[in-house]
Write a protein of this length. Sequence first.
Length: 726
Amino acid sequence: MEKPIYLAGLNPEQEQAVMQTEHPLLVLSGAGTGKTRVLTSRLAHIICSGLAQPWQCLAVTFTNKAAREMESRLSALIGVSAASVWLGTFHKFGCRLLRQHYARLGLSKHFLILDEDDQVRFVKQLMTDLSLDVKRWSPELVLENIQRLKDKGIGPQTPYEAMYKGFVDGKFPQVYELYQTRLHAMDAVDFGDLLLLPLTLLRENEDLLSYYQQQFKYILVDEYQDTNTAQYLLLRLLARGHGNLCCVGDDDQSIYSWRGAEVNNILNFNKDFPDASIIRLERNYRSTAHILGAASGLIAHNVARLGKTLRPAQANADLGEKVRVRGYWTDLDEARKIVDEVENCQRRGTPLSSMAVLVRAGFQTRVFEEMLMKAGVPYQVVGDYKFYEREEIKDAIAYLRLLLNARDDIAFARVVNKPKRGIGAATLTSLRTTATTEHCSLFEAVERTPLKAAADGKLKTFTQAIVHWTKQLENLPLAKVAVGLLEEVGYMQMWRDDSSPQAEGRLENLKELTNGMTGEMSDLSAFLEHVSLVTDTDRMQDENMLSVMTLHASKGLEFDVVFLPGWEEGLFPHSKSLETRETAALEEERRLAYVGITRAKKQAWISFASSRYVFGERQAALPSRFVDELPKEHVDIDVAHGLSSAPRTPYPRQTYDEFNQDTEYTWGKTTGMFSTPNNPWKGQRVYHAQFGSGTVMAAEGNKLTIVFDYSGRRKVLAQFVRKIEE
């Protein structure tokens, strides 16, 4: 009997993952092993076999791009019924729940979703109201900690204060509670609330929880290794009834702990779901055997992993070219040689769009941009500037938000003096005082605050324009309302009068914004929700351009040729992972290296420099430990490019003892010289995460003068070095 179309071409492991529909299942899917195909084929099988209706299936992923690809593939397999599947990002799912049950949380149907920039402004204002020093306590840092609590499913009423003793002068709990209170008063939520509030909704409403547990007979999760605690708890609640939870992910690609991801969610899957099965997808359809061998050999040094070994899908596949490892004197030499090789590849027929430079830290892009401009090579810095983050777009959206919700104090404060209307800080302070004392919005405070005649007249002209165009939403298309409002308040004219070179481009961007207000996006509420949920960092262009991006931004992408510069101690692995001396931090850096190598389909180039500029100073550097961990049979090492006259000598490395949670790194040993009881530091061999190994020449209290083997004489604090024990 002929197989259904959704099973055609699947390998045995993929087919097993599609057909095993009951009970919890973890599909451990390595890079390039076809996880998206497995997810969509599994959905098609569940629906076509009559196991569930499309609307009884929930499929969640992390980016809009991934969701669109899944939806497109599913539509090709099952047709229009694919539109009924609850398919989208975690935040879109959370938003959908809130839009349906907003009243239970005291929100209106058209609640607003604030972006990060608005959240920072909001936190800064309430910290000022609490007389907190915003220079000492960064609003960005305060907001980051609020979001991390929400990622863990912790609201302001949940006991957590012990975690933040002394933070923000001991007032962090007060800041968090006031932040949530004012958000609610403004009928707004932030990105973290799109997970925290649905979790709260289901926890506190047993009828709703029971309803959705019965509705979603099958739950599918993409990139499970990237889930945070709130997402994990939400999934466990929904799957508690039937247990048909299928999670697809790769523990070796968990690289987002800094934004709340918990790798233990995937590592502990069998503990959380004792009756779970694990299927490993190890056949790679992307990269050559040498690239896979190098990546697998490197990641094998991690201990906290479930374990798998990637291999080419075709057993007799060509090995391909070995991973090239190159060493250079300086970061300038490194960038110059990489750009030369980009041009060589282009001459041999590889399009620029099929090549990428993947850096560990954003500052590395500068030297590449300079070299690429000099060489005349077209390039794009991916993730550098998103359309909806541009000043003029954020201003226009703020105006539109006021049409939907005049209580939006953040939008009001952003545009009340754009274009300039003579509304200064004193006027805004008066409005805020009225709003606080009378428990109203800034918009409403305009009518209740005694102001000077000039300011009062301009403010009322501004608010009347908002009221007028709010009414026009019932009669005119959204695009015409947007243009009419921006014209009446003088915003478009402001940019026409601007003589800067960027002004024309800003007007074009505003035109492009209104061009998107068609179809489903012609409803203002739907349009603003769409804007709020655009989270893809990689707005890839179609032109034939070389891509330059960070390793974090590259996840999910693939290129024929990949260049991986900056493999040096202190840069990659990053100095923070070395300073903490935490096994988990170093292992995440190694996973990031694994992700970088597996972006390459045909060629991978790894390089390091003997010195590079960091924060305006040229600093000596040592090759990354990851270079030594690459299996020699899969790499072609050549450090003769400028380093042949500087022979490398062994230096101490951190290595693993038998792994457990309490084990720290052990250190290489060498003989100390002329140290004395009176000066235990003098003559001691030490290791610094950034400067490498060296000898202490003098000590004054906790200040050490050290001659480093590669970095020369430096003064550092004792807490930043470790002794190399005898």
